[in-house]
Design a binder for this molecule. Sequence first.
Ligand code: NAP
Length: 279
Amino acid sequence: MSTPSATATTTVSTGTGPLGIALVTGASTGIGAVYAERLAQRGYDLILVARNEARLREVAQRIRAATGRQVFAQIADLNNARDRAQIEETLRSNPGITLLVNNAGVAASAPLGAADADAMEQMIDLNVTALTRLTLAAIPGFTARGKGTIINIASVLGITPEILNGVYGASKAYVIAFTQALANELKEKNLRVQAVLPGATATPLWDLIGVPHNTLPTEWVMPVEDMVDAALTGLDAGEVITIPPLHDKALWDAYEGARQAMRDKLSTSAPAPRYLRAS
Ligand code: NAP
């Protein structure tokens, strides 16, 4: 994989509209490209981040032409520490940024017993480390300005890690837990935080893991535009966890309710009786 140095096409301004700038990672295709389009349609200026320069510039140009918003392409490999540091610096230093979409991510389909350890480490580095570092870079400015939104793209595999590759599922479980912790910590500070849990969504990600989405049952796969529109509806509704494919919301409420019910019962001076040896 080539490692481009993070570069901005033009000097990035602090934005031209009242909504400010949305920085979207992984915006050259798939879910990130649709987020970029939808956020520009809502009135955000954009900083788009990805590695593939030609594709990112094409997306930026298309959105600029369609919406008239300012759209900057910042080419960066978020697996590269130097590139990543430049995006962190952008988040720290540009007071116009009001929204961060941590979308860039990779998946895998290999069972754990056959998985390549280096590829798994790279996946954790992108799905977990980059997402964490970018979020931590954004929070101080958002908090100081009393305004900001962080959208973290997780996956339904974060709550069903037995499906597909376990490192991928575990990386997305991290995203969910991290977002819940952030939401709890930032709730008094007028910041919005959301984790989005897509199910199978029609994007190039599936080609990259060797399972094109058109080989899956059609009733499993959501069009990418529908997924993003549903996720933004969840954001507007103030949801911390948004699961576009889950029709029966009571199932999530029961799951989350059980977790909350355990909260005050998870630290005790004595082991539970079932763990006591009969003497
Ligand atoms: P995708 O079509 O493969 O797009 C991934 C995006 O991330 C691309 O823009 C890619 O651009 C960028 N990217 C990959 N590696 C990068 C790196 N090292 N540095 C910077 N950018 C990088 O995938 P997608 O389906 O849209 O996935 C987006 C997010 O949704 C991911 O976090 C994924 O885990 C999650 N998700 C997807 C599905 C699904 O079914 N599609 C389901 C649940 C969750 P470049 O190649 O140009 O860098």
